[in-house]
Design a protein around this ligand. Structure first.
Ligand code: AMP
Length: 361
């Protein structure tokens, strides 16, 4: 693939806050962003981009026109239909590659892929639409398990903890009996993630892992450095490299990990995009995850992922963003996404607090 020089156009599928921060990073490098977003959405990336296409993801004509207008196309939402990405890639390169989405959009295929690399995961099994009996849970042999739909799950949507055959049946019915994956309930010590970027030439750069605190399945806070030993930090980065190499990945990806009491690292999932747990890199590193993603897909040299500070990133969820005046006075780096409507559970912005760097990780 040839590189995209300054003045070139990066196409972004999806218009949310991740697209917005990608567009801002592209602008810093003298590149333009063209956002493709389904019509009618309160899409904050539209406010900071050079061009916009508002059309459904299955609008062939709009997709073809968009593809012709861009030098390279990427995505900020991992559930963009594979057909959409395939249609664009006829004309214009799409990075990460369409094949990657094929793996990460299905929780079962994703777990099988991770397993095939020799990496640890929760124990998992397949629940098909016809296998409706409570036996599926009983045969799994765990007293507590997590039932997740194979497709279209995020932030805890499409998943339920089940403790009996009856609860299993109830949850499966509430998911309209779509194909599911059943996972053992992992008694982790804490959650962490590693954000890494891989260039077109296979170079990889990984940020220090963050420790992630969730509430109601939504990320509340990321803390860097995570409570990981230097060896485990290295291992986390090596896990990201193994996954990225196996996918011949180009761009930023995040690997979500469960850290066990023993220190063992289990892979929960792969996000084939810039990630909320990497927002701290905007203020904590010279080159952020957003800029490194743009650099990678544009074929530019990657930037140094080293952090210059310790960082705590707090999401502003729902109403919390209405405290913007007080937050602005408190001295952290305030980021507001420009969303028109505050809704419960909606990510409206984030604040990053820096302090002197304490460990190199
Ligand atoms: P996911 O959508 O798979 O990222 O899951 C969202 C959150 O649910 C994770 O960040 C965990 O806090 C929790 N979770 C997911 N899978 C499991 C599991 N197998 N065991 C325990 N907690 C889980």
């Amino acid at each position: 693939m040839s590189f995209v020089p300054p003045g070139g156009t990066i196409g972004i599928l999806g218009g949310g806050q991740l697209g917005r921060m990608l567009a801002l990073a592209a602008a810093r490098l003298g590149l333009k962003a063209h956002i493709y977003s389904p019509p009618g959405e309160d899409a904050p990336a539209l406010q900071v981009s050079d061009a916009q296409t508002l059309a459904p993801f299955d609008d062939r004509r709009a997709l073809a026109k968009f593809a012709r207008a861009c030098d390279v196309v990427t995505l900020e939402w991992e559930n963009v239909p594979v057909e959409t990405v395939a249609a664009i890639s006829v004309t214009t390169p799409v990075l990460p590659r369409p094949a990657t989405l094929g793996v990460t959009q299905d929780r079962l295929d994703e777990k099988r892929f991770i397993d095939s690399l020799g990496l640890k995961t929760a124990k998992f099994g397949h629940v098909s639409a016809t296998e409706q009996g409570r036996d599926a849970f009983l045969q799994f042999g765990e007293d507590r398990a997590v039932l997740k739909t194979r497709r279209l799950g995020y932030d805890g949507k499409g998943q339920a903890v089940v403790r009996s055959g009856e609860e299993f049946l109830e949850a499966f019915k509430s998911f309209h009996e779509v194909p599911c994956i059943l996972e053992s309930f992992v008694e982790f010590d804490f959650e962490a993630s590693v954000v890494a970027v891989r260039g077109v030439d296979g170079t990889l750069a990984a940020y220090d892992p963050s420790e992630n605190i969730h509430s109601n399945h939504i990320l509340r806070r990321s803390v860097v450095p995570a409570r990981l030993s230097p060896e485990r930090t290295k291992e986390a980065k090596a896990i990201a490299r193994k996954i990225a190499d196996a996918l011949d990945y180009v761009g930023v990806l995040a690997v979500e990990l469960f850290v066990m009491n023993s220190g063992a690292l289990l892979v929960n999932e792969i996000a084939p995009r810039v990630h909320n747990s990497g927002h701290w890199t905007i203020d904590g590193c010279l080159i952020s995850q957003f800029e490194n993603h743009i650099r990678a897909i544009a074929g530019w040299p990657l930037g140094d992922p080293a952090r210059h500070s310790d960082a705590v990133m707090e999401n502003l969820i729902g109403d919390e963003a209405s405290e913007w005046r007080a937050l602005a006075a408190r001295g952290g780096a305030l980021h507001l996404y420009g969303k028109r409507e505050i809704r419960a559970g909606r990510k409206m912005g984030h604040v990053t607090w820096l302090s002197a760097k304490t460990a190199s990780g």
